[in-house]
Design a protein around this ligand. Structure first.
Ligand SMILES: Nc1ncnc2c1ncn2[C@@H]1O[C@H](COP(=O)(O)OP(=O)(O)OP(=O)(O)O)[C@@H](O)[C@H]1O
Length: 810
């Protein structure tokens, strides 16, 4: 209380002062001003609340755009430091993105200002958001709506990457009203066509986009504002060149273009294709010591081709609780080894992702692997770029990557955004040197490690057993074998990929194949190589010879020319052969078929020779012929073995000397061939054969004649019987008295014999021989019966005799 009184007493003089100095007019004026200000504010607020939302938004956008010029990359610590919309900021916050990464900090500002950007940063450094934020802001700035159609195109090299980007966009842009669509192959084109024209942001793969540009009438890109190429170097490379050129032709030139990749293209030609306008190059890690993430540990193992499968199995067995991606060179390898490893049951889930799978399956595998804590994903390079599988511990490269860039992208599937990871590369001895040089050039630090051979389990026998059980699996193994070899054969960098150094037979065995499949393109490649070497050799010889000639100061032009001509002739012949074989080879590459080797040399059998001579397998003969020719060309000296007989004469035992054989010793001597004698013998054999053939024909003719005669006889006897019956009937009609039937043939007997004959005739269809014998018997029987009636008279006399008998003793 005391204190209160004190303070009031202290205040008193002040209020008194004011009161004393206060001029009521002034006070009123002051109050009036204050009141008026408050009233204005309320009025303004009322006015503002009446403003349409779009106008407020426009003003907000204006204020944002006005801040674009002030963006200072070094000052940006949080996404909110960028002049970006509240909707985008909210999306980023909800997805737990607060601080931009280096590439985001350095590119978002330029992209917001509308510049073309080429962004490059290590794998897993956040390039996706670096272009998605400007994409959302670009359309927001334009107040884009579904009525405006396509505003932004984002092109990805693979379906999986497009799908992943689409998912990130959905997360970050969920507060915006734009429509977004995923346009990738393997989906229903019709339903896509119906919706694509009203889609504002299209995320697509190049092929499918071009298909819509060609086939969907309502789809056009005339109002496009921004084009983004994710993994730009891949999209700009040869594989997509034609498709991309066709797409770019359909896009307006006034657009903004953003290119992103961990291995960015610097080719002016590429950039010219996209008609970039004064692009900004942002190479975040250009000065970095290494091109791969610092948290990534990289190592390699030198391993023979036929040990790789064992190595993979052993690796998986010793990393059961890890999440691993294994990269292979081709789909067929993934298909076979995935099934083989599933059957081997290594103790961890195994998944497979490759381009030959159906789209639904691909998405399912992708989502499955994202969710898994520990699993092994067998994949081709479709999983090498951009995919952001969480918490991958290991990347194992089963097959050597095509180049250092592919290596960087593959290993980049682990150690993403501040996480750690490990990568192991299996290198063949023939690949080691050249590949390491490439990696060094691209600043990828890699160390060699040794493998404990005791820890490597062999699975070859198990694989062999599987293949023996399942034909389908065996075919898969064969396809895997051929496909791998083909992929090596087609690789451009021959310093790394030398197919001639591969232990092919052992490789086939390591896949569980008991017999090494025949690969036609390979044998032809071998032949071609041998011929090239021959040519080189002959060139060298030629040079040497001309040099010698020059030295001996002669004018041997004719000789030299003659030699050369011969060589040219031969080589040109060989070359022609090769060309045709090469064409075959190319055909092989189109439709590679696995051919079994003639393990048991069955083709040596005369029947097989006949078969092969009819079909296109003639080439096999040619090849043998060629081989022999080549051997002859090389002028091999065959060893000879000479012994001395008791008289001291030299006798050559090997190689057997061909001798002319005289008529006497021909049979004894099996070593030599007398051509004249052999011809004679052949002629004799021919004559003998002709004779036999003639005899067979004559016999057949006789047999036919006999059969015809028999048939004729049978017909005649039938006719005879019929006429006899008619006579009997006639007689029966006209007889008034009793008839002694005993003197006539038994009609039942006749009838039954007929029936039997019919029966035999029927049986004839079943068996030819038996009825003939039976008919013969029956025929004889009939004849016997008829002989009882044979009076030795003519028919007229017989009739008279019968009438006489009938008249009988009157
Ligand atoms: N600002 C950020 N804050 C936190 N995490 C981020 C940020 N930006 C990106 N990430 C995360 O980093 C990871 C890698 O991002 P992203 O896939 O964009 O990398 P990338 O550079 O495109 O990789 P790649 O070169 O392999 O395509 C993702 O998991 C993503 O969620």
């Amino acid at each position: 209380m005391k204190e209160k009184n004190k303070s009031s007493s202290r205040k008193k003089p002040k209020t008194a002062q004011i009161r004393r100095s206060a001029d009521p007019v002034k006070c009123f004026e002051k109050w009036k001003n204050k009141y008026m200000k408050g009233r204005d504010r309320v009025k303004q607020r009322r006015m503002q609340s009446k403003k349409p939302e779009w106008q407020l938004e426009r003003e907000y956008i204006k204020s944002l755009v006005s801040r674009y010029g002030d963006i200072n990359t070094t000052d940006v610590c949080r996404f909110s430091d960028f002049p970006i919309s509240k909707k985008t900021l909210l999306g980023l916050q909800e997805a737990q993105y607060r601080q931009p990464t280096e590439i985001q900090r350095q590119t978002i500002g330029s992209a917001l200002r509308g510049r073309d950007v080429l962004g490059a940063a290590k794998t897993g450094s956040g390039k996706t958001l670096a272009f998605l934020v400007p994409v959302l802001e670009c359309l927001y700035r334009q107040q884009w709506s579904s009525m405006d159609g396509l505003g932004v195109l984002i092109i990805s090299p693979t379906r999986e990457l497009a799908y992943q980007t689409f998912e990130v966009l959905r997360k970050v842009g969920k507060n915006h009203e734009f429509s977004a669509g995923l346009v990738i192959g393997g989906k229903d084109l019709k339903s896509e066509s119906e919706r694509i024209s009203g889609t504002n942001i299209v995320i697509c793969t190049p092929g499918r986009l071009l298909q819509h540009m060609d086939e969907t009438a309502s789809f056009h890109a005339s109002s496009l504002h921004m084009l983004v190429l994710d993994e730009a170097d891949r999209i700009l490379d040869m594989g997509f060149a034609d498709t991309l050129n066709a797409i770019v032709d359909n896009l307006p030139k006034s657009r903004q273009t953003l290119l992103f990749s961990a291995t960015q293209t610097r080719s002016v030609k590429d950039l010219a294709r996209l008609s970039l306008k004064d692009p900004e190059f942002v190479w975040v890690h250009e000065k970095a010591k290494f091109s791969t993430p610092a948290t990534l540990e990289q190592s390699y193992v030198v391993c023979e081709l036929h040990h790789k499968v064992n190595m993979l199995y052993s690796f998986i067995r010793s990393h059961l609780k890890k999440k691993i991606i294994v990269f292979f060179a081709c789909c067929k390898e993934v298909q076979y080894l995935f099934r083989a490893f599933c059957r081997l049951r290594p103790g961890t889930p195994i998944l497979a992702l490759h381009g030959k799978q159906q789209q639904m399956k691909r998405v399912e595998v992708y989502n499955n692997f994202v969710k898994k804590q520990s699993a092994v994903l067998f994949a081709t390079d479709i999983a090498a770029r951009g995919l952001d599988f969480p918490a991958v511990n290991w990347v194992l490269q089963f097959d050597c990557p095509e180049d250092a860039d592919t290596y960087i992208h593959r290993v980049g599937r682990t150690a993403r955004y501040k996480e750690g990871g490990e990568a192991l590369l299996l290198l063949l001895p023939s690949e080691e040197k050249a590949m390491l040089a490439q990696l060094q050039e691209k600043k990828a630090p890699i160390n060699q490690i040794q493998v404990n051979p005791e820890k490597v389990h062999s699975v070859q026998q198990k694989l062999e057993a599987f293949l023996a059980q399942e034909m389908e699996q065996k075919e898969r193994a064969q396809r895997c074998f051929v496909s791998y070899l083909r992929s090596v054969y087609l690789m451009k960098n021959k310093q790394v990929f030398d197919i001639f150094q591969l232990p092919i037979r052992q490789y086939a065995q390591s896949l569980g194949l008991a017999v090494c499949p025949r690969v036609r393109f390979l044998s032809k490649a071998h032949a071609q190589k041998a011929e090239n070497e021959d040519e080189e050799q002959s060139d060298e010889e030629e040079e040497l010879q001309s040099f010698k000639v020059q030295l001996s100061n002669k004018m041997p032009c004719e000789v030299v020319e003659h030699d050369t001509e011969e060589n040219v002739d031969e080589s040109s012949k060989a070359l022609h052969g090769d060309i045709s074989e090469d064409e075959d080879d190319l055909r092989d590459l189109e439709l590679l078929t696995v051919k079994r080797k003639d393990v048991f040399e069955l083709s040596g059998h005369p029947e097989c020779v006949e078969d092969t001579s009819q079909g296109p397998n003639n080439t096999r003969k040619e090849t043998k012929f060629k081989k022999t020719k080549k051997l002859l060309k090389r002028k091999f000296q065959i060893n000879t073995k000479i012994t001395f007989n008791e008289e001291g004469e030299a006798v050559q035992l090997w190689p057997p000397v061909q001798q002319t054989v005289t008529a006497e010793d021909e049979e004894d001597n099996v070593l030599g061939i007398n051509v004249a004698k052999a011809r004679d013998r052949l002629r004799r054999e021919d004559q003998e054969f002709d004779k036999q053939e003639y005899r067979r024909k004559v016999q057949a003719e006789h047999r036919n004649k006999r059969l015809k005669a028999k048939e004729a006889r049978r017909e005649a006897s039938k006719r005879q019987r019929r006429s006899d019956e008619e006579n009997v009937a006639y007689l029966a009609c006209h007889s008034g008295g009793e008839f002694d039937s005993s003197i006539l043939p038994d009609p039942d007997q006749l009838h039954s014999s007929d029936e039997e004959e019919e029966g035999y005739a029927k049986q004839e269809h079943i068996c030819n021989e038996e009825p003939l014998a039976v008919t013969r018997k029956k025929g004889k029987q009939l004849n016997d019966e008829h002989t009882g009636l044979d009076t030795g008279l003519s028919l007229a006399e017989d009739e008279e005799l019968v009438l006489h008998l009938l008249r009988g003793p009157k």
